[in-house]
Design a protein around this ligand. Structure first.
Ligand code: PEP
Ligand code: MN
Length: 264
């Protein structure tokens, strides 16, 4: 069902007037994690001002180590929903277990499946039972075929609203946190009708590479971007401050993108 052969036309996911997978680029921006009501409200204001359409922020964080900050939890979902509504943005947040799908779907417009959960089949099956749009991140060691099969679980369950996200893969290179696989964008667009989103933040792990890799992703044909931005990246509660843009970099980038592709 994810294949172009099955469905030749591009899938366009419409959420409250925003179209993902249509002719305009969609920008999702925000912090790695929701930290305080003030933080998410201020970042939402800046995302909107810069021209973004979707506020990102994790309330449940998949951390490599069990002692790292694991996210604010349900309270954070509420803060993010309020910030999104106040500033006129859609919201996207990560869901990690089937038990939390309903609560996350109650508060967010789009549910994110993280790279570590791409093959969490119970989670994918559960997401197939609802209609909330899902942004499925590519597992950092997954082939295109495995990625598309993971999307298939959600589609086969009855949820057609799936977007694919390239967020970098693990390679021998250690200068970057991951290697953003730019070729994935045109490959996935040719194999599948689903919208393709690029994540240059996790794809590089380095702030100075986010701008050029965003532009490269647009040139490669992505339908949208998910970009980390923080008002105080040096003091962010996850280690992802090093890859987060400052607000002025984020707004300059969006202004530049308008020269490359029409924005929503
Ligand atoms: C994130 O978006 O903050 C995140 C944890 O992403 P990934 O699953 O790609 O590592
Ligand atoms: Mn992050």
């Amino acid at each position: 069902m994810a294949s172009r052969e099955f469905h030749p036309a591009d899938t366009v996911i419409k959420i409250k007037g925003v179209e993902i997978g249509g002719s305009e680029l969609v920008i999702m921006g925000g912090p790695c994690a929701v930290e305080t009501p003030e933080q998410i409200d201020e970042i939402a204001r800046l995302v909107k001002l810069a021209g973004g359409q979707v506020l990102r922020g994790g309330a449940f964080k998949p951390r490599t180590g069990p002692y790292s900050f694991q996210g604010i939890g349900t309270e954070g979902l509420k803060w993010m929903k309020d910030a999104g509504e106040k500033h006129g943005l859609l919201t996207i947040t990560e869901v990690m277990t089937p038990e939390y799908v309903d609560i996350c779907a109650e508060y967010a417009d789009i549910l994110q499946v993280g790279t570590r959960n791409m093959q969490n089949f119970d989670l994918l099956r559960k997401l197939g039972t609802i209609q909330t749009p899902v942004l499925l991140k590519r597992g950092f060691s997954s082939t295109y075929d495995e990625f598309l099969n993971a999307a298939e679980y959600i589609l086969a369950g009855g949820n057609p609203n799936v977007m694919l996200c390239e967020r970098g893969i693990r390679t021998f290179e250690s200068y970057t946190r991951n290697t953003l696989d730019l070729a994935a964008i045109p490959v996935l667009k040719s194999l599948s009708h689903l919208p393709v989103i690029s994540d240059p933040s996790h794809g590089t792990g380095r702030r100075e590479l986010v701008v050029p890799m965003t532009k490269a992703s647009v040139a490669a044909g992505c339908d949208g971007l998910i970009i980390e931005m923080h008002t105080d990246p040096d003091n962010s509660m996850t280690g992802d401050g090093v890859q987060s843009l400052f607000p002025d970099q984020f707004s300059d980038l969006l202004a530049d993108l308008e020269k490359l592709a029409p924005l929503c």
